[in-house]
Design a protein around this ligand. Structure first.
Ligand code: BV8
Length: 251
């Protein structure tokens, strides 16, 4: 598997560009790394400020919410403010452009920040939900315009509201799971961008693509443990590599 870290920035293997050019269906999976250059901390960065002493994998759980819903809501409100102040970066914008350049494009994101949609991708499979959704703990349904409170209540039934994300130990929504598995199985090129590929079932999408004879590539400044099984590794930041990829494809 050829790695493509050029001496002068990002080099993209021409064979990968050729595969993209010939692809009928391109499937992209993104993780926190694609939002890093928008100033949104990844899960494996130390959380900034107040949250340095908390492990996201401890806070993003039903148990943490059960134990201290106020603390968990504080964390999510902090993240909402941080993301609301962030902007899509050139990596997000390049993926919106890529969607226009290939016959069929599926974007699956593990991120809950909504930055792909703000960059212009109209169809995004939010594998782990969305940071800005409020969901009733009793009804399971989304709630609009909840009154602000330390732990907001459902205006319909009064039960606690929770952020509309998928926590560790919770199952992925069926529609997101089915659409993502189908796209990974059908695509000709699977591109994993900015993810440590440690969280399942999202990390298993690359295996499904590989088993169905897709060409699999990774963009990550820190090549992951999975990359040895991939066809290409682009060792670079997403905000540098993705625009370069789109530029090579568009010329
Ligand atoms: C499930 C939403 C069935 C919330 C998230 C034991 C008990 C229970 C479950 C499990 C268990 N063991 C395993 C599991 C399954 C578990 C899992 O995989 N755990 C891992 C930790 C081993 N998965 C689940 O629980 C999933 N559900 O399996 O249901 C089930 C049910 C019960 C029991 C068993 C099975 C649900 C997982 C969803 C969790 N929710 N997010 C919220 O955001 O608050 S996960 C969250 O963390 C993110 O969404 C993301 O998925 C993950 C972080 O991963 P990354 O995105 O990759 O980010 P990370 O920081 O790790 O890496 C960033 C990467 O970017 C790095 O590689 C870095 O090098 C790179 N990078 C940095 N800068 C850049 C860059 N790349 C490019 N450019 C840059 N500039």
């Amino acid at each position: 598997m050829p790695s493509t870290q050029g001496q002068t920035g990002v080099l993209i293997n021409p064979d990968f560009i050729a595969a993209l050019r010939d692809a009928r269906h391109v499937c992209v999976l993104t993780g926190a790394g694609v939002s890093a250059e928008s100033g949104v901390p990844t899960f494996r960065d130390s959380q900034h400020g107040l949250w340095e002493k908390y492990d996201p994998q401890q806070l993003a759980t039903p148990e943490a919410f059960e134990e201290d819903p106020k603390l968990v809501w504080q964390w999510y409100r902090w993240r909402r403010e941080l993301v609301a102040a962030a902007n899509p970066n050139p990596g997000h914008l390049a993926l919106a452009r890529l969607a226009e350049l290939v016959p069929r494009f599926t974007l699956v994101t593990q991120n809950v920040d909504g930055l792909h949609q703000r960059a212009g991708n109209s169809k995004v499979i939010e594998f782990h939900g969305n940071l800005f959704d409020d969901r009733c703990c009793a009804e399971g349904r989304l709630v609009e315009d909840a009154a602000d409170a330390d732990v907001p209540a459902c205006p319909r039934c009064g039960a606690n509201l929770r952020p509309g994300v998928v926590w560790f130990g919770e199952t992925i929504p069926d529609s997101a799971l089915d659409q993502s598995f189908a796209a990974a199985a059908d695509c000709d090129v699977f591109l994993s961008v900015g993810t440590s590929s440690l969280v399942y079932p999202a990390a298993g999408l690359a295996d499904i693509a590989k088993e169905n004879r897709a060409m699999v590539a990774e963009i990550n400044p820190n090549p992951t443990i999975r990359v040895a099984a991939y066809d290409f590794s682009i060792v670079a930041n997403a905000a540098a590599a993705l625009p370069k990829l789109v530029e090579s494809l568009a010329t």
